[in-house]
Design a protein around this ligand. Structure first.
Ligand SMILES: Cc1cc2nc3c(=O)[nH]c(=O)nc-3n(C[C@H](O)[C@H](O)[C@H](O)COP(=O)(O)OP(=O)(O)OC[C@H]3O[C@@H](n4cnc5c(N)ncnc54)[C@H](O)[C@@H]3O)c2cc1C
Length: 359
């Protein structure tokens, strides 16, 4: 019998286990191998691996600094915004930390206190409520296991099994398929590019340099021939002067994009959702790491403060996070409405002039 079972040891689950692990009896399971820094996982998370200032602030508040071996080069201060429909582009200053996402997740898991039982390469299957407790089923190396817990936390990402089992009739976020390919590069680009093209997606596409690789990614609707759209994007960028070396890796994942606040679901009674499983992700940029940290912190406090009414307290603790989401919704039309985006980019507001070498 555990106090808390956490499904998913990504940024949100690992953070919750780290915050509460000394006080509660916790088990955390993940289908990935996150305990061995050198292992290659079959389920590598498809992610840009850019830590935005809000995520950096949370790491700072947690008293954490990122070890050098987690970083990818170059570190990025610039976003190149390309609007294909309006045929305009602009550069903006942003402060990202460029990390190797797989190593970053493993580093977060390494910070979980030894009192917590961490089980990797185990797949959560389901649960049922037995009296006031929860019976949890998972498989490990093909064997079925059953354990009991007082609280179950779904930190299992955009395609959360825990969420699907408790929110059948609730509003769902818009769900995209994201695809990323990694190309070998001799000279990598010194910026993150955000590409807006309504023919490819109503969300956005990106390039991110990662050491000697360039990542090209997009998020498209699953029914819209995702890979064909990805290849169309690549062709368009080549015509615009982008170079892509040989492809060495490809990955993909679901990406949720909550369009309304009621699509964020925190859970019920003693079953809670955090991170992307709850819908905590920016609808304007898909930045999700700060939300993972903040929702884990909010739930950790709720479990300590109101064990009798966790979800109500978790809801209260996330009031500011909901306001933040409202702000992102407000910003969205200036990024995703073709006309408003044109005005926003053309205005040059907050943009920076690039300086070329004099020849
Ligand atoms: C293409 C893409 C690019 C992104 N880029 C960025 C970025 O640059 N910066 C940023 O801040 N955010 C980015 N995000 C968002 C960010 O990746 C997520 O918000 C963040 O990973 C959410 O963390 P999480 O812990 O909630 O979920 P996840 O990171 O998805 O972790 C969920 C964990 O649960 C495990 N799991 C799932 N199902 C099961 C199961 N049945 N049994 C056992 N384990 C299970 C998974 O293996 C995984 O480890 C991006 C997202 C996508 C899709």
């Amino acid at each position: 019998m555990y106090d808390i079972v956490i499904v998913g040891a990504g940024p949100s689950g690992a953070s919750l286990a780290r915050l509460l692990g000394k006080k509660y009896k916790i088990l955390i399971i993940d289908k990935r191998q996150l305990l061995d820094m050198n292992s290659k996982s079959n389920f590598e998370k498809c992610c840009g691996g850019l830590l935005a200032p809000d995520a950096q602030q949370m790491l700072g508040r947690f008293g954490l600094g990122i070890p050098r071996n987690i970083l990818n080069g170059p570190q990025l201060f610039t976003v190149r915004t390309m609007d294909i429909q309006n045929n305009i582009e602009q550069y903006y200053q942003r402060h990202y930390i460029n990390v190797d996402r797989e190593k970053f997740d493993k580093w977060l898991v390494s910070l979980i206190p030894p009192e917590v039982i961490v089980i990797c390469e185990a797949i959560f299957k389901g649960f049922e409520t037995v009296n006031d407790n929860i019976k949890v089923q998972y498989t490990q190396q093909g064997k079925e296991r059953t354990i009991y817990t007082k609280i179950l936390v779904g930190a299992d990402g955009a395609f959360s099994t825990v969420r699907r089992k408790i929110s059948l009739d609730l509003p769902k976020s818009k769900t995209y398929i994201s695809i990323q390919e990694y190309y070998k590069m001799d000279n990598n680009l010194p910026y993150f590019s955000a590409i807006f093209d309504d023919d490819i997606t109503d969300f956005y596409s990106w390039t991110i340099p990662k050491d000697d690789l360039l990542v090209l990614g997009t998020a498209v609707m699953p029914k819209n021939k995702p890979y064909e759209r990805f290849m169309a994007l690549k062709k368009k960028l080549i015509l615009r002067g982008f170079e892509f070396g040989p492809c060495v890796k490809r990955n993909g994942a679901y990406l949720s994009r909550p369009e309304k606040l009621n699509q964020i679901y925190l859970g019920k009674t003693n079953i809670a959702l955090i991170g992307e499983a709850a819908g905590w992700i920016s609808p304007s940029s898909a930045e999700g790491l700060s939300y993972s940290f903040r929702s884990a912190y909010a739930l950790a406090n709720a479990i300590q403060q109101r064990p009798d009414n966790i979800i109500a307290e978790y809801y209260r603790n996330t009031n500011r996070l909901r306001l933040n989401m409202k702000w992102k919704h407000f910003k969205s039309p200036f990024m995703y409405n073709t006309f408003l985006r044109k005005i926003a980019i053309k205005s040059g507001l907050m943009s920076m002039d690039m300086i070329n070498i004099i020849e």
